[in-house]
Design a binder for this molecule. Structure first.
Ligand code: ARG
Length: 472
């Protein structure tokens, strides 16, 4: 029988009589992006080989040679002294081929009781686990930047908005801590995702497991996985862990986008609440006066990709039959892109938060606009025994008088206030004005100064920041 002498040496080539089409090779390669997981691939292989030695499939000498050469390959990749080729498809094949070049038959034993299906899943889990840890550090740094502003901004009262209309006065640090809470939930979500990511896939092999006497508890121990996936068919097809990571990253980006949006409009001439650090702004090529908030606009804009990446992964996995299918190779680029986007955005956000300046005078000069104290006034009436609905109406009518005559509530004489409700007395003026309205707050989680102080202290404690001065 004639042999195909043209055949390219593929690891899986035994059964083939035709060499791979050049276009197919280019179309199906993943080395151009999965080379990014080289460290995880090598780490996974060392853990796997160590286990194979434990159970007697490899000798200790064979394991030691494999470990030594894998580490040498890693060093070569890091030194830029490693050639990638599309003919070798992916990072797994590259590392294995390089090992075999060095070790011959010993290298040919590494892929025992393993398939690229459980291997790629393991590499991806290790990569995501590392990325979750890196994101957690960045999220914490951004929390510290917000908490770090709180003491300095403690005396600044700002309007809180609902429907983008002035609503009630709050302390500026109450706003900063609102972002800190969101970032904390982002961290908690990632930590929860990490629990499921941190599951051992290796040992599932292609989809059915293996007849060889492996010990998956050892592999899990060597690679730091907290649990072992219990169903080999599930392992082969499962990408839930990547999808939830994609969601968690999209949610972080959406939180950042909301903050960026706030600071973009608050830095306009119309608002004049905040001055952004110029090193994160850029100018205009035609309008010499412009200082544009490009960093914030890009943080807001790049959120689109993270949402798109999540959508892509949902669509990718929606109709995939059990178990592994090559479609799943498409899972990596969206995750890498979201990670790059979100980590760069977080890294930029922290110095913007620390470096921005509140325009105190400008904020204070317009704080009596918008009747921010109306709710405080209404609650004063409720404390006097006026039913809430009636109190709402009384204050509404007085606000109307104020609007018509161009006065704030605190400027109205007692007689005029009493004309709507004779229960009102002198003490009403203790609740009028933005600063008084803030001071009157009491409930847990409110903007009451002692509540905000306690929250700042508790965040400092949690984040390991120097604790507050008692006179803050
Ligand atoms: N590059 C592949 C991927 O990312 C590795 C797994 C290939 N498995 C296979 N049976 N062809 O999914």
């Amino acid at each position: 029988m004639a042999k195909n002498t043209n055949k390219v040496a593929k690891a899986w080539g035994g059964v083939f009589t035709e060499s791979t089409d050049a276009q197919m090779e280019k179309f199906s390669e993943s080395i151009s992006f999965d080379s990014r997981m080289y460290a995880q691939d090598i780490r996974g292989s060392i853990g796997h080989a160590r286990m194979l030695a434990d159970v007697g499939i490899l000798t200790n000498e064979e394991f030691e040679a494999i470990e030594r050469e894998l580490l040498a390959i890693k060093a070569r990749i890091e030194a830029g002294d490693f050639e990638y080729s599309t003919a070798l498809e992916d990072i797994h094949m590259h590392v294995e081929k390089a090992l075999i070049e060095k070790l011959g038959d010993v290298g040919r034993k590494l892929h025992t009781a393993r398939s690229r299906n459980d291997q790629v899943s393991t590499d991806f889990r290790l990569w995501i686990r590392d990325s979750i840890d890196a994101l957690d550090t960045l999220l914490e740094a951004l929390q510290k930047a917000f908490v770090g502003r709180c003491d300095g901004d403690f005396d600044v009262v700002v309007p809180a908005y609902t429907h983008t209309q002035r609503a009630q006065p709050v302390l500026a640090p109450h706003i900063w801590l609102a972002y800190v809470e969101k970032l904390q939930r982002d961290r908690e979500r990632l930590a929860d995702c990490r629990r499921r990511v941190n599951t051992l896939s290796l040992g599932a092999a292609a989809c059915a497991g293996t007849s060889l006497p492996i010990d998956r508890t050892k592999t899990a121990e060597y690679l730091g996985f907290e649990r072992i996936a219990a169903n080999s068919v599930d392992v082969s097809s499962d990408r839930d862990f990547a999808l939830e990571f994609a969601f968690d990253m999209a949610q972080i980006a959406i939180h950042l986008s909301g903050w960026a949006e706030d600071w973009i409009w608050q830095s306009t001439v119309e608002f004049d609440f905040i001055k952004l650090p110029q090193k994160f702004c850029t100018g205009s090529s035609i309008m010499p006066q412009k200082v544009n908030p490009d960093a914030l606009e890009l943080i807001r804009g790049k959120t689109a990709r993270t949402v798109g990446n999540l959508q892509a992964l949902l669509m990718l996995t929606k109709g995939i039959p059990l178990a592994y299918n090559r479609d799943l190779q498409e899972d990596k680029e969206p995750i890498f892109d979201s990670y790059d986007t979100v980590s760069a955005s977080l890294a930029l956000a922290a110095p913007i938060v620390s470096g921005a300046e509140l325009k105190r005078e400008s904020i204070a000069s317009r704080l009596d606009k918008g009747y921010l104290d109306a709710t405080s006034f209404m609650e004063y009436l409720i404390r006097l025994g006026v039913p809430q609905r009636s109190a709402h109406g009384i204050v509404g009518r007085l606000v109307r008088k104020g609007i018509d005559s161009g006065r704030v509530l605190a400027e109205m004489p007692l007689d005029e206030l009493r004309s709507e409700c004779d229960a009102i007395d002198e003490r009403v003026y203790d609740y009028l004005g933005a600063a008084n309205a803030v001071k009157a707050m009491k409930s847990y989680g409110s903007t009451a100064p002692d509540q905000v102080r306690a929250q700042i202290d508790s965040w400092k404690n949690l984040l390991g920041l120097a604790s507050a001065s008692t006179n803050g």
